[in-house]
Design a binder for this molecule. Structure first.
Ligand SMILES: C[S@@+](CC[C@H](N)C(=O)[O-])C[C@H]1O[C@@H](n2cnc3c(N)ncnc32)[C@H](O)[C@@H]1O
Length: 241
């Protein structure tokens, strides 16, 4: 797979995740050197959902990112467009509500979730800015957004070493442990091509979210962005006749 692999169509993206679904969680843990559990705890704390609230976990895959909410008595809806990932998730956690849906055209009513979150998924969405607008639409006014995504290490010597790890070490490791190593070449390339922390903050603002903040994890390998849906909708701009 070469750089052209970054220009995926939605159906190719879903097929790629269908392919990696059976070993997805194991390979993730190995490649992130066991950091994913700590990152996930921080995301759940940032969402801060109360029992009985409704949370959308978008691009939920096999539901690993959704499980802590269900365990805490939160009504989590795990939405993804890869049926392969959803099937693995449903088999493992039949109690979680798995829903097939595209992040850019969500099958949910306006203002229907107390919070929306997306972990390691926004980077894979073909039109991520549209997904941020859709998440705004389905979240209640005053509700939260939490986005966890691979990002750019803030300390530049470390950024160089990390970038080398991504491009040189990760694909050979993936070849040994993953069923579809090409998917992990895509992973490395897509992380390098993803906007940095400030640019993603700008996207959140442009989509209509407010009070945007972010926190770097593991030196910026991952960034967790938080934002709130305005309580009152901004007045639409009406063009003069
Ligand atoms: C790396 S996995 C993350 C899964 C899970 N959130 C986690 O933390 O383990 C990314 C997921 O994004 C999903 N995805 C990519 N584009 C999507 C879209 N447009 N709509 C819904 N899901 C999408 C893929 O199917 C895949 O399951």
């Amino acid at each position: 797979m070469n750089r052209a692999s970054l220009d995926k169509r939605p159906e190719e993206m879903a097929a790629m995740f269908d392919d990696v679904a059976p070993n997805y969680d194991l390979v993730n843990d190995i490649l992130s050197l066991g950091q994913t559990r700590r990152w996930r705890r921080i995301v759940v704390d940032a969402v801060g959902a109360e029992p009985g609230q409704r949370v959308l976990d978008l691009a939920a895959g096999t539901g690993t990112s959704s499980e802590p909410y269900a365990d805490a008595g939160v009504h989590v809806v795990a939405c993804d467009f890869s049926v392969g990932m959803l099937k693995v998730g449903k088999r493992r956690r039949p109690d979680i509500d798995f829903v097939a849906g595209d992040a850019t055209n969500l099958p949910f009513a306006d203002d229907s979730f107390d919070a929306s979150t997306i972990s390691f998924g926004l980077r894979n969405v073909v039109d991520p800015q549209k997904a941020l607008r859709e998440m705004l639409r389905v979240t209640k006014p005053g509700g939260k957004l939490v986005v966890a995504e691979f990002s750019h290490p803030s300390f530049s010597p470390f950024r160089t070493v990390y970038s080398e790890y991504l491009m040189r070490a990760l694909p050979p490791i993936a070849k040994k442990v993953a069923s579809n190593p090409a998917a992990y070449v895509y992973l490395a390339e897509s992380i390098r091509a993803w906007p940095n922390q400030e640019k993603l903050s700008g996207w959140l603002n442009e989509a209509g979210w407010e009070a945007v903040q972010y926190r770097n994890l593991s030196g910026g390998i991952v960034a967790v962005h938080r934002a709130t849906k305005p309580r009152t909708a901004a007045a639409p701009t009406v063009a003069a006749d």
